[in-house]
Design a protein around this ligand. Structure first.
Ligand SMILES: NC(=O)c1ccc[n+]([C@@H]2O[C@H](COP(=O)([O-])OP(=O)(O)OC[C@H]3O[C@@H](n4cnc5c(N)ncnc54)[C@H](OP(=O)(O)O)[C@@H]3O)[C@@H](O)[C@H]2O)c1
Length: 235
């Protein structure tokens, strides 16, 4: 196999950074798309704000240049926006912003990059437990993560015969800035989230990264929703 490139969104920290480190360690080129830079030697950084629906107009060319010369791409849609909002008050602008980052940007990247994706390439979506169930107070996130599973299933059907596979990895509570920002300063909340897992602890970003990598490299996982959540205790 010639040159293999990971194109990942949101690898400036958290699950994305752990995934980029894992691919880099096995010789993959890494191209990260986020607003702040990735701290990984040798990685290429494209500074793009995916909440801007028009980012393609100014940055598509740079992206295509950055992937040229690759024989195989693993495209990992990892960047995500988690806001506190709910059905009685969520307005159109806030819902549109969440959909832009969590669903529309992945499809913008799919359309741009598919012509550069040879056989053996893959598209992995990072969803959430909340892609298949809802909790109160996270409406735009729940809606967009459900939609992301639909996008993954369409990817599987629409790319049949092209030698490109896809999956949606759905993490549970993972110890990252996103989770910490969402629960706030009260450490006891993190403790109770950990207690809601069958292993009594939060997931590490590296554990999710291993799952993403497995999905990216194994075409038998195609059209699949893979829950990476350590088992959540149902109450
Ligand atoms: N942590 C959890 O418990 C958990 C659970 C289920 C699912 N997930 C999913 O896992 C994925 C990664 O989450 P994480 O926990 O690792 O979060 P994180 O540590 O907060 O990282 C989020 C990443 O997304 C990027 N991002 C956010 N908004 C962006 C924008 N407008 N344009 C470009 N990049 C943007 C951020 O980069 P910049 O800020 O530098 O732009 C950052 O690299 C997300 O899709 C999330 O929904 C996480």
């Amino acid at each position: 196999m010639g040159v293999s490139t990971l194109v990942i969104t949101g690898a400036s920290r958290g699950i994305g950074l752990a995934t980029a480190e894992l691919f880099a360690a096995s010789g993959w080129r890494v191209l990260n798309i986020s607003r702040s830079p990735i701290a990984l030697a040798g990685a290429v950084q494209l500074q793009i704000d995916l909440s801007d629906p028009d980012w393609e107009l100014t940055q598509a060319e740079e992206l295509l240049e950055a992937v040229s010369g690759s024989d195989r791409l693993a495209l990992v849609h990892n960047a995500g926006l988690l806001a506190k909002d709910s059905v009685p008050t969520l307005d159109a602008a806030h819902l549109a912003r969440a959909l832009q980052v969590n669903v529309i940007a992945p499809q913008q990247l799919n359309r741009l990059l598919l012509p550069s994706m040879g056989q053996g390439s893959s598209i992995v979506y990072v969803g959430s437990t909340l892609g298949e169930k809802a909790v109160a107070g996270a409406c735009s996130y729940v809606v967009s993560k459900h939609a992301l599973i639909g996008l993954m299933r369409s990817t599987c059907q629409d790319l049949a015969g092209r030698g490109i596979h896809t999956a949606c990895v759905c993490p549970g509570f993972t110890d990252t800035e996103m989770l910490r920002a969402h629960v706030g300063a009260d450490e006891s909340i993190l403790g109770s989230l950990a207690g809601s897992m069958t292993f009594g602890r939060l997931i590490t970003p590296a554990e999710v990264a291993e799952t993403i990598r497995f999905c990216a490299l194994n075409p038998v996982i195609n059209g699949s929703v893979i829950h990476a959540n350590l088992g959540q205790v149902e109450r």
